[in-house]
Ligand binder design. Structure first.
Ligand SMILES: Cc1cc2nc3c(=O)[nH]c(=O)nc-3n(C[C@H](O)[C@H](O)[C@H](O)COP(=O)(O)OP(=O)(O)OC[C@H]3O[C@@H](n4cnc5c(N)ncnc54)[C@H](O)[C@@H]3O)c2cc1C
Length: 298
């Protein structure tokens, strides 16, 4: 309830104050600021993935503008010899109104990623686009290993999706809990059930010969459970990486790096930070709770 109250009060908070609070979680408004952030993370032994903040596109022009920033990001990452790739949301790249344009944009981004020896991660959005997103991933990965998808542990369908993807061949998946509010019929809503599903899916992937998994969580129980699985199954470092959001659980992040585990930080940036952040908060008021807790000095 408190989280919802915070979200409903958001329009009354001055933008400059929201920006101050968001700065910890967002690298900046420009690509240059994001690249500087990546450089600092690289210097601390972490890789990164760049995410352009944006609303769902409603016109091809808007989607192509999104592509253009990502194209520049891939070129600059290479030019500055940074250790980073990109994460894209298909709804920003025309998925909801023109699937063939979306596929074309992705194919162009992947071509650029191939030229620069980089990688395109397709983020997973709400359940209305899960199947479409996985279908697009399947089509693309037939021809390249420079693309990866994301699966959400809270979806009841995820275990069978993962099994199918593994049966179809090597995969590059990120595993996360899932951030959108979904109904009980299709998603676990209970905290422990989601944690259990996360570890079951991770074990399925590791035993099923996944090429590389991104373990995206800040949840201590899940990090410990994952470390235990990695050790028991003797998984080499090339087959996994931990992934965390910029500004979140930095101590846990550093401990993993100090212990020699590969770790990638998700670095959001962009002019549309305000519209994007308020939409995400409205969609899932729990995020407000996380942010407030992280701001407290205890
Ligand atoms: C690299 C990465 C990529 C992701 N990609 C996707 C995606 O493609 N699709 C999708 O649906 N979800 C994605 N997520 C979000 C994910 O699904 C979870 O909603 C989110 O990570 C919170 O779950 P948790 O496992 O960290 O556990 P929680 O129990 O929710 O969090 C553990 C602790 O981490 C901190 N924390 C977690 N999230 C935040 C936050 N947003 N702000 C501040 N503090 C926080 C809090 O201190 C919290 O107590 C991604 C997450 C990461 C780390």
């Amino acid at each position: 309830m408190i989280n919802r109250a915070v979200v409903s009060l958001l329009p009354l908070v001055p933008r400059s104050l929201v920006w101050k609070i968001s700065r910890r979680y967002i690298a900046g408004k420009s690509l240059e600021e994001a690249l500087q952030c990546v450089k600092e993370l690289n210097d601390q032994g972490m890789s990164a993935t760049l995410d352009v903040l944006g609303e769902d596109s409603t016109s091809s022009e808007q989607a192509l503008r999104g592509e253009e920033i990502y194209q520049r990001a891939l070129a600059e990452i290479d030019r500055q010899s940074l250790d980073a790739n990109i994460s894209v949301k298909l709804s920003m790249l025309a998925l909801r109104f023109d699937e063939s344009l979306c596929l074309e944009i992705l194919q162009r981004l992947i071509r650029t990623a191939e030229i620069h020896d980089s990688f395109v991660r397709i983020d997973m959005e709400d359940s209305s686009v899960t199947e479409k997103t996985l279908d697009i991933y399947r089509r693309l990965r037939k021809d390249t290993d420079k693309v990866g998808a994301v699966v959400q542990a809270y979806l009841r369908s995820t275990e069978s999706d993962v099994q199918k993807l593994l049966d179809e061949g090597d995969t590059f998946l990120r595993l996360c809990k899932g951030i959108y509010v979904e109904p009980e019929e299709i998603a676990f809503n209970d905290f422990t059930e989601i944690q259990d599903a996360f570890l079951r899916n991770l074990e399925l992937m590791l035993r099923g010969g996944i090429k590389k998994v991104g373990i995206a969580t800040h949840d201590t129980r899940l990090v410990e459970g994952s470390l235990d699985l990695l050790q028991r199954l003797e998984i080499p470092k090339e087959r996994y990486e931990f992934q965390m959001l910029l500004g979140v659980t930095e101590k846990l992040r550093s401990e993993l790096v100090e212990n020699g585990h590969p770790l990638r930080v998700y670095v959001p940036f962009g002019e549309e930070w305000y519209a994007y952040s308020s939409r995400r908060l409205r969609e899932n008021p729990k995020i407000a709770g996380h942010v407030i807790r992280n701001m407290l000095p205890f």
